[in-house]
Design a protein around this ligand. Sequence first.
Ligand code: HEC
Length: 400
Amino acid sequence: MRASTSLVCIVVNLAALAVSLAAFVAGASGVARMTSGAPLARRAAQHASARARTGEEIFRATCTGCHGADGAGAPRSTVGFTNRLPDFTDCNFATREARADWTAIVRDGGPVRGLSRIMPAFRDLLTPEEIQRVISYVRTFCRERSWPRGEFNLPLAQTVEKAFPEDEVVLTSAIEMKGPGSVSNHLIFEKRFGARDQIEVDVPFGFIGRSGHSWSGGLGDVSIVPKHVFFSSLASGTIVSGLAGVILPTGDRTTGLGSGTTAFEASVLAAQLLPARSYLQLQGKVELPTDRSRTNQSVFWGAALGTTVPFSPITRIWSPMLEVTGSRDLIAGAPVAWDLVPQFQISLSALQHVRAGVGVDVPLTEKETRHTQLLFYMLWDTFDGPLFSGWKGWCPGCEH
Ligand code: HEC
């Protein structure tokens, strides 16, 4: 009896197991049916709406009303305002700005860079990724690849020159307080031509202290130097340019402001972009006077390592840099003059077209004849805007 009871139990249990197995298989196939049927189509539709929009789709939906489908600016009759609209198909304009600047403008609106408030802020409408995608699309309106990108328009160092071709006016001053003292200035005009060329005219003037507390001052040797960009690649973050020109004997040799001879100068300039908006700028230069009895041939080299840090309010940025420079005359046994130049550059205007640099040139060698100098410069990017416009910007929280 007991045996038969247990047998029944086993049969019942086996049957229950079979039923639950069958139920499991049926259930599983039911799930399979569900995913292959109508619900799958619904999911696909949901997925499509969540699919990341391309930069072009974002631009067409959000920006064409003002900027036009071709990026050249919608007609004035349709936009309802008369303000200037940028032409993104004009490479000369569209390649100058670094991505960080356009990101700030699209995210926080025109006033963040001293531009019109008609350019809206999209931070509540577009995600940071969408802003990057739409900017990448805006970049495609310039079809010529030869233009070096604004990312290479790095902060100017005190000594090493920039590889990027520019439209700029720069006034520099070097003040030496020890010894008889001197103030050396340069007024530099830089004019860009096309994608890769620039001409630079450097007008030095200065004052040199004399014994007996008198000073002599005047014009130095004016130089006229064209610059050409040989290579630039955003992918590798590298730009390489060359300078070659003439230094005219316009300065008075007897006061020490001029060399008294025409000279040729040639430089190789390079910059390498590093992570986190950091960079390395390099220069190697040779100066070859035509009359070597008056001035020696000489070489100069320098490297500037720096980074760009936005600080609150976000319309301003500053760039601390450390420069190491060396120079020597090309005569046997001439010593090398090494210098260390800690410095920083700061943007003064919201448009960032007016900037100032401050530094100290500390001689590391030849200290008997060379003294510490205070270095200053002011620069105005003449392409970006008139000197007195674009100073006032907006930033989150600055209204108060
Ligand atoms: C309501 C009109 C309007 C809309 C919409 C608009 N913009 Fe603008 N945008 C402007 C105006 C006007 C300027 C020029 C501001 C100035 O120069 O003072 C401008 C300037 C810009 C600039 C700066 C160009 C420079 O001078 O360096 C960028 C970049 C830009 N817009 C991108 C966009 C993108 C991307 C979108 C869409 C997500 C967009 N804009 C939508 C009107 C608009």
